[in-house]
Design a protein around this ligand. Structure first.
Ligand SMILES: NC(=O)c1ccc[n+]([C@@H]2O[C@H](COP(=O)([O-])OP(=O)(O)OC[C@H]3O[C@@H](n4cnc5c(N)ncnc54)[C@H](O)[C@@H]3O)[C@@H](O)[C@H]2O)c1
Length: 394
């Protein structure tokens, strides 16, 4: 008999739409989809348009004993409070990246957006890590799973690369990964008070989380303990500001967060990772991970991928058809994505969560991994602010 799973998607924005598509396609488990959102989000309309079975308020979903899992598709500053409430209500939690962030915790109530953004980075690091730890602890105490929603890890390219790497005797010496596009669509992403950081956090979290996961597994395999990050070197900037007054097709008008960020990860086995995120790239979303091992090399092209290439003379040649995330037009050569939910790993993520819950097994893409990502990224913010390499202590 198929396992039954009732998932409450919280929020009705970009990620909620992606997750609704993916949960509907999960196999082996009958998923009942509930959308839980504030009245201003009109959850009933979302349920009708995106195939959810019913709509409700967030409070009602948390109080509903029939809900097994809450899928948090809300801005970063809401992740921790809702996760704590969900754990207290004995719900499993799927929390997207980043697990949490610094959005003013510990500042006097009424602190201005400028005061939040001006907080020194070491204080941010301590607060964000404490928040993430509280999420991990609350879920552990409640006996529920905290799944970390890092979709990259479930991208077919990354899953296959992980399997090939596990079969090869060599050591991963260097990884390079980036997610870049022409700028976030979300208004909350522009200020520290809601996003808790800029491109390094919002986009860089993907390659960083994936590198940490791969090195964790490699360490377990080779020496019985995970390989961990011991130091980071970070750099952040607002690049679009340099285009003031010039032709500029990338997002501009940023608030107090960076739109370009990079960091070097120093692993405890002496190897390195280089990750970056940028909101300054035209031509569609680029999500790529290069793995340079001592006896092989792997290139994971999540986006674009060239399974399908198209050429069109005219703009609008394919009518209203969607081609790929953040691509502005249809003219010239393009790479229409055959199935972006699949290639980005969102579909595999939903499937993995359902499978673990059905089997009663624990995922290693968990709150602990999300916590490490938070620690690494905020340590990189400290590094960028202080102009030095920063040790990462767990
Ligand atoms: N690849 C990915 O994994 C991926 C992609 C996009 C976004 N995200 C993450 O998803 C989260 C949401 O991003 P999005 O792009 O969907 O944003 P969005 O702005 O499109 O949607 C956010 C939703 O949350 C609701 N919301 C806002 N504040 C709330 C509050 N205080 N309480 C309850 N609901 C609230 C909004 O009304 C909206 O329905 C962010 O954490 C972001 O980092 C992840």
């Amino acid at each position: 008999m198929k396992r039954q799973l009732t998932v409450a998607i919280v929020g009705t924005g970009f990620l909620a739409r992606t997750r609704a598509r993916c949960w509907r396609k999960v196999h082996g488990t009958d998923v009942t989809l509930v959308v839980a959102a504030r009245d201003c989000d009109d959850p009933a309309a979302f349920a009708r348009e995106h195939g959810a079975h019913r709509a409700t308020s967030i409070d009602a979903a948390l109080a509903d004993p029939g809900v097994d899992l809450v899928d948090l598709c809300v801005p970063n500053h809401v992740h921790a409070p809702l996760c704590l409430r969900a754990a207290a209500a004995s719900k499993h939690v799927l929390c997207t990246k980043p697990l949490t962030a610094f959005w003013g915790q510990g500042l006097p109530s009424g602190a201005s957006a400028a005061e939040v953004a001006a907080t020194d980075r070491a204080t941010m690091l301590r607060a964000a890590v404490a928040d993430a730890q509280a999420m991990v602890d609350a879920c552990a105490a409640a006996g529920v799973q905290l799944f970390y929603g890092e979709n990259w890890i479930f991208a077919p390219a990354v899953q296959r690369a992980a399997a090939l790497g596990a079969a090869a005797p060599g050591v991963v010496l260097e990884m390079r990964g980036w997610e870049s596009h022409s700028g976030s669509h979300a208004s909350y992403a522009r200020d520290w008070r809601h996003a808790g950081g800029g491109a390094l956090l919002r986009l860089g979290a993907h390659p960083i989380g994936t590198m940490l996961w791969l090195k964790r597994r490699e360490g377990q395999r080779r020496r019985g303990t995970p390989v961990r990050v011991v130091a980071v070197t970070g750099e952040v900037a607002d690049l679009s500001r340099a285009a003031a007054g010039a032709a500029c097709e990338v997002a501009s008008g940023w608030g107090d967060v960076e739109n370009w960020g990079t960091c070097v990860l120093h692993f405890d086995d002496g190897t390195r990772g280089v990750a970056y995120g940028s909101d300054n790239l035209l031509g569609g979303m680029q999500s790529h991970l290069s793995i340079h091992a001592s006896d092989h090399r792997l290139e994971c092209a999540l986006s674009p991928m060239d399974a399908l290439r198209a050429y069109a003379v005219r703009e609008g040649a394919f009518g209203q058809e969607y081609l790929m995330e953040k691509l502005a037009g249809q003219a010239g050569w393009t790479t229409p994505m055959p199935d972006e939910d699949w290639s980005s790993g969102h579909q595999g993520l939903a499937q993995s969560v359902a499978d673990h819950l059905a089997a009663g097994t624990r995922s290693d893409v968990d709150g602990e991994l999300g916590l490490e990502v938070v620690r690494v990224i905020y340590s990189a913010y400290v590094s960028a602010a202080e102009g030095r390499r920063v040790l990462v202590s767990g």
